[in-house]
Design a protein around this ligand. Structure first.
Ligand SMILES: Cc1cc2nc3c(=O)[nH]c(=O)nc-3n(C[C@H](O)[C@H](O)[C@H](O)COP(=O)(O)OP(=O)(O)OC[C@H]3O[C@@H](n4cnc5c(N)ncnc54)[C@H](O)[C@@H]3O)c2cc1C
Ligand SMILES: NC(=O)c1ccc[n+]([C@@H]2O[C@H](COP(=O)([O-])OP(=O)(O)OC[C@H]3O[C@@H](n4cnc5c(N)ncnc54)[C@H](O)[C@@H]3O)[C@@H](O)[C@H]2O)c1
Length: 447
């Protein structure tokens, strides 16, 4: 039996932060991962996706300027783009290992499961620790429908050697919307079936409306309030059957993608043996991210049922909090006040803070400033027809929520997040001098 101060299960952004921080403080720390080190974001999520989206941006910009200064045809060479993406992504696991080596973290490769409240098995190794961290992230939900095993998942999509002619996405959340916008720019035809009234239901619906319009204008078939109920293999492709209140629909497609949500990856961990309670949203934790039922155990990132969104910067923030609580005792509560989130469609949709519905539900007195900004110079100069905002502030002038769709919304939203964090008022950011011409220079007019 090997003894450690800390064992971290999962080497994504959450786990990595904890393992390195604890080891640097002199704690004897071990880390394990069942897959190569790096986690979802770096190997099969945000980072590889954004490389592909980067290419789609060029197509989008060129298409919008066609006939007004840009001529000729450009297209994505999927194989070359994938090769470039693979080259960048493949460096990650080694870089993570180097980081662990430097910090003095002992590395294991394998699936961890609990043997008791303070012991963990990784293959033939049995490890004991004072503190054990579950940072195992999330995996795609299992589709409980006939043929539910036939669709590929987001990881497979990001490794496709060839983009098929027609792709169907099940679900209308982040993954379906982002990948659909990318696939269309790369030359595929796309259908989305989403069971909700609107895609991206956690976002401000007034802003999502603009994305729905832009999505449909791209030729993406967006079927809302349609539930996929079966998938069948047919010749070289698939048949997808969907149902709505009005009836049923069957389509033929070359590829089906499961974009129906992600759930905490806790399978086979024997959490019961370690007296660790959990639910559908992950490990039950207190405000210090400590297990409610086993005080030796902490959880962070997508695997923890915390107040945090399942996003990379939140996993990192929770990782820092867990590391501090292990090193100094429970003293650090993650601050979830501002969690900016961007959907990397083209145009990008981004949000921070409350939607109007949330402000209303919380009984707050608030005011709203919302408009399309497609006639503003920043949209006109690049011939972008989708640009809109909705800013919600309280009666004292503090921003409760900001919602933007348009060019570089993913950058703009960070300024609003900073405004909330720094407790600046609307009047402060309205009166600021911004560099010009820049997207941020529109902020004064938005608030
Ligand atoms: C396609 C896609 C795109 C995304 N894009 C964005 C984005 O643009 N921006 C953003 O903020 N977020 C994005 N996300 C979400 C983001 O990737 C996650 O929120 C983040 O990676 C969570 O980090 P984590 O450390 O909690 O878990 P992960 O990074 O998932 O790491 C968990 C690790 O634990 C390992 N593991 C699991 N079980 C075991 C076990 N029993 N034993 C050992 N190891 C185990 C896994 O192999 C994995 O490497 C995206 C997600 C996906 C799927
Ligand atoms: N840009 C980003 O930050 C980013 C990008 C990708 C993923 N992510 C993370 O990954 C998570 C998972 O993303 P996702 O897009 O898979 O899930 P999601 O939860 O965002 O959306 C999935 C949607 O699919 C619908 N659905 C489920 N089953 C269906 C069916 N049979 N037919 C029709 N619709 C169905 C659900 O109602 C749900 O609204 C996100 O919640 C987020 O945490 C983040």
């Amino acid at each position: 039996m090997k003894k450690y101060d800390v064992i971290v299960i999962g080497s994504g952004m959450g786990g990595m932060t904890i393992a390195n921080k604890c080891a640097k403080k002199g704690l004897k720390t071990a880390v394990t991962d069942s897959r190569p080190y790096g986690g979802t974001c770096a190997l099969r999520g945000c980072d590889p996706k954004k490389i592909l989206v980067g290419a789609a941006e060029i197509i989008d910009r060129a298409n919008k300027m066609k006939g007004i200064g840009i001529q000729g045809h450009i297209s994505i060479n999927w194989q070359d783009l994938m090769a470039y993406k693979n080259e960048l992504v493949s460096k990650m696991p080694k870089n993570v290992e180097k980081g662990y080596e430097k910090s003095g973290v002992e590395m294991y490769h394998g699936t961890a499961s609990f043997e008791s409240e303070n012991t963990v098995r990784i293959g033939d190794d049995l490890l004991e620790a004072d503190k054990i961290v579950i940072a195992t992230g999330a995996r795609p939900v299992v589709l409980d429908i006939p043929g539910g095993n036939l669709p590929i998942d987001s990881t497979d999509f990001l490794n496709l050697g060839k983009l098929p002619e027609h792709i169907t996405f099940i679900g209308g959340g982040y993954i379906a919307m982002e990948f659909a916008h990318l696939a269309v720019r790369a030359g595929s035809k796309v259908t989305i079936f989403h069971r909700g009234k609107m895609p991206l239901e956690s976002f401000e619906s007034d802003i999502v409306k603009h994305l729905v319009k832009a999505t449909e204008e791209l030729g993406i078939e967006l079927h809302l309030e349609w539930d996929v109920v079966a998938v069948e293999k047919k010749d070289s492709g698939y048949t997808v059957k969907a149902e709505s209140k009005g009836g049923e629909k069957t389509i033929q497609t070359n590829l089906v993608v499961n974009a129906a949500g992600r759930v905490p990856e806790l399978d086979g961990m024997n959490l019961e043996k370690a007296n660790i309670s959990y639910g559908k949203k992950g490990i039950d934790v207190n405000e210090y991210l400590q297990s409610l039922t086993n005080e030796r155990v902490y959880a962070a990132g997508d695997a923890a049922d915390s107040k945090g969104l399942n996003l990379t910067p939140v996993a990192v923030m929770e990782g820092h909090a867990v590391a501090t609580n292990i090193i100094r005792g429970n003293s650090k509560k993650p601050d979830y006040t501002e969690m900016p989130s961007s959907v990397f469609t083209l145009p990008t949709l981004a949000a921070v803070g409350m939607t109007e519905a949330q402000a209303k539900k919380a009984g707050l007195e608030y005011q709203v400033k919302a408009s399309s900004a497609s006639s503003w110079y920043n949209a006109k100069r690049i011939n972008e027809s989708t640009y809109a905002y909705k800013i919600i502030s309280d009666k004292e002038g503090y921003i409760l929520g900001a919602h933007i769709i348009g060019p570089h919304a993913e950058e703009m939203i960070n300024l609003f997040a900073m405004t909330i964090k720094a407790k600046l008022k609307v009047s402060d950011i309205r009166d600021m001098v911004y560099s010009y011409p820049s997207m941020a220079s529109d902020i004064g007019s938005m608030v």
